[in-house]
Design a protein around this ligand. Sequence first.
Ligand SMILES: [Cu+2]
Length: 298
Amino acid sequence: MAKGDAAVLVESYRTALREALARFDEPALLRLRGDLQVVSRWLVARGDGDRAKSASAALDAVSRFYSFGLEVGDDVRIVVDNQLPMGTDIHWHGVKVPNNMDGVAPITQPLVESGETFVYEFTTRESAIAMYHAHHHAQMQVPNGLFGAFIVGETPIPDGQTVSGVEIPRNLEIAQEIPMVLNDAGVIGLSLNAKSFPATEPYTGKVGDWVVVHYFNEGVLVHPMHQHQFPQLVFAKDGIPLDHPYWADTVPVAPGERYSVLFQLEDPGVWVWHCHILNHVESETGMFGMVTAWIVEE
Ligand SMILES: [Cu+2]
């Protein structure tokens, strides 16, 4: 393909996605368990103009639409309705599926051409902290929004264990469980859950709360996620529980990786939480991108 053709394709792809977004309706079938059926229409942020504001509005919709949780043993049926001007597919990243459901056109299935539908069916076998994303032209489709978070069952937390001298109470009650998708390219750009600071609203909690965060890197760069004040106990990598959890104030998350962390909001105040690659969070005009915060109250 000539370079000029690729540029035209990217532009028409973005235009079609923006149009699809304008037609977006709240799906009726989201978060059903058992015989799940989600009618997927790939969407993407409106990335031009005021990126923070537009990304915020658009990706709110995307994350509601595309993040869903399942139980182990659920029969999953997902209908992909391809409204893009180009072919696509979906790979279930971190979930075991039959080979012909692995979503790698043209190896394991035919390409889902523009205007076609394709049905993915599988039964979840084990708990997973997973993602799903386009595999065809992933370098273009994923950074432009063709991805989502995908959680199956429960991944155990190391409560009752002592790690580096710190005792994690038994039978911990988790005040919040937060999926945090990292992105850095395409029309979405540098973002946390598809929002760029200041659209990244702070998280709020009370002193003493325990929080679980699952980082998902759907971007093309590594992001060392730094939490001020509260060390993060890394307890699962790619959804696989660690025999030896470890504490870290900065957790590097490479493309494709997932890290699950547990931490306690120990002190009141406003505590910043951000990627520590500094030009992912600050420009000459101030903070932007992959920054958010905790507001911890007494
Ligand atoms: Cu970063």
